[in-house]
Design a protein around this ligand. Structure first.
Ligand SMILES: C[S@@+](CC[C@H](N)C(=O)[O-])C[C@H]1O[C@@H](n2cnc3c(N)ncnc32)[C@H](O)[C@@H]1O
Length: 241
């Protein structure tokens, strides 16, 4: 059995401390139960669960909230691209930044179940949905997703922001932008990547925030920065369009 490391519990404690909703005992208990159940019932998820709940993961997601607040950007509808379990980012966007609705566009089908364990409250409130798609090959308006997107745009309005904290895992973001040039407004992008190429899945590392912005064909940059995370990894972030 893979044990959930102490780092995950430290990060979880810090995370609940940062959430702007006072004591959410119900969600805290659900997180605790997830940490107990996953290694026993779904051992193949345990390692990923541990990786998704580190202090470094929390730091990189808090950074997004901090910089969007500093720029006074208040998105209502957010598309998270390749959001994995979105265990930290979804609650932080909804509770701390006043976001109304989030779609997580993820290609890994297994992500859904675990993501909904962490975000059950928001799924039940119809504020958070995981949509399974490969964002580098299927545009968000393709036939399979047309209905849900039309529904989303009708009910929620168009996307204000797309957030991708997994840029190192995929093709450069200009490909996504070209595929989705028909989106009904001019969304802002928040992108994160790294130069840490020691992992096989990091197929598109960049040298710094400049290269990340260039890969996305940004013509306007509102924020550009580098942060060394608790894990020792360099993280780059750009906000722009
Ligand atoms: C390991 S995780 C995220 C790590 C990232 N550093 C973070 O902090 O969020 C990478 C995720 O990207 C997803 N992914 C990679 N390429 C994708 C694509 N083309 N479309 C949708 N999801 C993708 C994977 O399924 C995986 O869940």
């Amino acid at each position: 059995m893979v044990d959930i490391p102490a780092d995950s519990f430290v990060a979880t404690a810090l995370f609940f401390n940062k959430l702007s909703i006072g004591d959410d005992l119900k969600s805290a208990k659900r997180w605790k139960q997830t940490f107990v159940d996953i290694p026993k019932e779904y051992p193949h998820y345990a390692r990923a669960l541990a990786s998704a709940t580190t202090v470094a993961q929390l730091e990189s997601k808090l950074w997004i909230i901090q910089e969007l607040k500093a720029l006074n950007i208040k998105p209502k509808v957010v598309g998270i691209l390749a959001g994995w379990y979105s265990n930290f980012l979804t609650p932080l966007l909804l509770e701390n930044l006043g976001v109304d609705f989030i779609w997580n566009f993820e290609m890994d089908r297994d992500v859904k179940e675990l993501s909904y364990k962490f975000n059950k409250k928001y799924k039940d409130q119809n504020k958070y949905h995981v949509y399974i798609t490969d964002i580098m090959f299927d545009d968000l308006m393709d036939n399979s997703s047309k209905n849900h997107l039309a529904r989303c745009e009708e009910k929620r309005g168009p996307y204000d922001i797309f957030i991708n904290t997994s840029c190192e895992h995929m093709w450069p973001m200009n490909r996504f932008r070209d595929l989705n040039s028909e989106l009904s407004n001019d969304p802002l992008y928040v992108l994160q990547s790294t130069d840490d190429d020691q992992y096989e899945e990091h197929i598109n590392c960049v040298s710094g925030p400049e290269e990340l912005a260039k890969q996305a064909n940004f013509t306007e940059i509102l924020y550009s920065g580098t942060k060394m995370l608790d894990s020792g990894m360099n993280r780059f972030m750009v906000i722009g369009k």
